[in-house]
Design a protein around this ligand. Structure first.
Ligand SMILES: NC(=O)c1ccc[n+]([C@@H]2O[C@H](COP(=O)([O-])OP(=O)(O)OC[C@H]3O[C@@H](n4cnc5c(N)ncnc54)[C@H](OP(=O)(O)O)[C@@H]3O)[C@@H](O)[C@H]2O)c1
Length: 346
C-alpha cells in the first residue's frame, strides 16, 4: 500500500479534479505490475496496472493493492470493479472507501458479490492524507485550503515604509523553486487586492515544469491596475469584483455587498470542480480565512532578513506537523486540526 501511495502521488501535478490513485499487482511477494492515474479521462490506476501486466491470466493467489476503492459506475471510463471481476483477480486490498456519491462502498460490494476477497482500511490514515484535496472537496463541499506565507525572521510579511522600489527578498532561491512546485499541485492560487497593488505578482509557474493553476484575485473595490500582471492573459484569471470592469479581459464574478466574499469564492471554485486552492496572501486575506476557520494546511517560510516594521504575519494556533531547513530558510507545515497520517510528503 505504501508503494500504491507513492505511485498515487505521481498524479499530484495532473490528476485533479480526479483523486490520486496507485495500484500494484503482487504475487508471492513479487510485484507483477503497477499503475497510477495520470489525468481525468485517462485510464484509472487499476486499469493501467492490468494493462502493464498484459492479457495473460492473472496467477491464482495474486493480490491487487489500490489506495482508493475501485469505481463501480460508468464515468468517463468503464467501472474498474467490473474489470477486476472480468480479469479474475481473487483478492483486492483497498486503502480506503471512496466517498464520491457514485461509488461510496458500491465498488467494494460489487467485488464481494462476485466472490472476490476484499481487505479494506489498509494504511487508512496515510491514504486519507494523500487524498486530502479530493476528500475535502467531496466531504465538505469546498476546495482544500492551503495557506502560505513568507515571513522575515522578526515576523513581517513586508517592510514599511518602502524606501526604495527594490524590495528586499525574504526567501531563498531554493524556497522560491519549492513555492512554484506547490503552485503546480493546486488548481487555484489566490491573492488579495493590496498584494496585487504593492507587489504586482504574476502568479505563474516559472521555476519548475508543471500545470499552471487558475489565478484568483479578490478586489471588490477595483483598486488593482488594469495593467497588473495577473490580468495580462498569460494564464487564466478569475476576478472577484464589486462592479464589472469591462476593460479587463478576464472572467469576473460579482460579489454583492451583503455576501461574504470568501464563502462566495469557495462555492464558485467548488462549482468548477476545483479541489484545492493555495492562498498566497497578503496578511489581511490570510487572516480572514483563519478567523473563519476556513483553512486546512498552512506552510510558513521564515527567512533570515529582519524588517523591524511592516505588515505582521498572521497568528496561527495550529498543529505543527513538520519543520525543516532549506537553504537559509526555515519551513514549517501546520494543520488546522490534528490529522492522523499527516506528513511532509515531498
Ligand atoms: N510575505 C508574504 O508571504 C506575502 C505574501 C503576499 C503579500 N505580502 C505583502 O502583504 C501586503 C498586502 O497585504 P495586506 O494585508 O495589506 O492586503 P491583502 O491581504 O493583499 O489585501 C486585503 C484583502 O483582504 C480582503 N478583504 C477585506 N475585507 C474582507 C472580508 N471581510 N472578508 C474577506 N476578505 C476581505 C480584500 O478584499 P477586497 O479588496 O475585495 O476588499 C483584499 O483582497 C503587500 O505589501 C505584500 O507585499 C506578503
Amino acid at each position: 500500500m505504501q508503494r500504491c501511495l507513492r505511485l498515487a502521488r505521481l498524479g499530484a501535478y495532473s490528476a485533479a479534479p480526479n483523486p490520486l490513485v496507485g495500484a500494484v499487482l503482487v504475487h508471492d511477494g513479487q510485484v507483477l505490475a503497477e499503475g497510477w492515474h495520470k489525468v481525468a479521462g485517462g485510464p484509472h490506476a487499476e486499469v493501467e496496472c492490468l494493462r502493464v501486466f498484459g492479457d495473460g491470466p492473472i496467477p491464482e493467489g495474486a493480490m491487487l493493492y489500490v489506495n482508493l476503492e475501485p469505481c463501480s459506475h460508468h464515468g468517463r471510463t468503464p467501472p474498474c470493479a467490473d474489470l477486476l471481476i472480468e480479469r479474475k483477480v481473487k483478492h483486492v486490498v483497498i486503502g480506503q472507501e471512496d466517498p464520491f456519491p457514485a461509488v461510496a462502498g458500491r465498488g467494494i460490494q460489487k467485488l464481494r458479490d462476485a466472490g472476490i476477497t476484499v481487505t479494506t482500511d489498509v494504511l487508512h490514515d496515510e491514504c486519507r492524507w494523500v487524498q486530502r484535496r479530493f476528500l475535502t472537496s467531496v466531504e465538505k463541499g469546498r476546495p482544500y485550503i492551503v495557506l502560505k506565507w513568507v515571513r522575515s525572521a522578526d515576523g513581517f510579511l513586508d517592510q514599511h515604509p518602502r524606501k526604495e522600489r527594490v524590495v528586499k527578498r525574504i526567501s531563498s532561491p531554493e524556497s522560491d523553486v519549492l513555492v512554484h512546485r506547490w503552485r503546480t499541485e493546486e488548481q487555484a492560487i489566490l491573492v488579495g487586492s493590496r498584494t496585487v497593488v504593492n507587489d504586482d505578482p504574476s502568479l505563474t509557474v516559472r521555476h519548475v515544469e508543471g500545470r499552471q493553476p487558475l489565478r484568483v484575485v479578490l478586489d471588490r473595490d477595483g483598486i488593482s491596475a488594469d495593467e497588473s500582471k495577473v490580468f495580462d492573459g498569460t494564464a487564466s484569471t478569475l476576478l472577484f469584483n464589486g462592479t464589472l470592469r469591462a476593460a479587463l479581459p478576464v472572467e469576473q464574478v460579482l460579489v454583492p455587498d451583503d455576501v461574504d466574499p470568501i464563502h462566495l469564492m469557495l462555492a464558485e471554485l467548488h462549482k468548477r470542480d476545483i479541489r484545492s486552492i493555495l492562498v498566497e496572501g497578503g496578511a489581511e486575506l490570510l487572516s480572514h480565512f483563519i478567523a473563519r476557520g476556513l483553512w486546512d494546511e498552512a506552510r510558513v517560510i521564515t527567512g533570515e532578513v529582519k524588517f523591524t516594521t511592516g505588515t505582521r504575519a498572521p497568528d496561527l494556533n495550529a498543529h505543527l506537523v513538520h519543520t525543516e531547513v532549506r537553504g537559509t530558510d526555515r519551513l514549517e507545515l501546520f494543520t488546522a486540526h490534528h490529522i492522523a497520517g499527516a506528513t511532509w510528503d515531498r
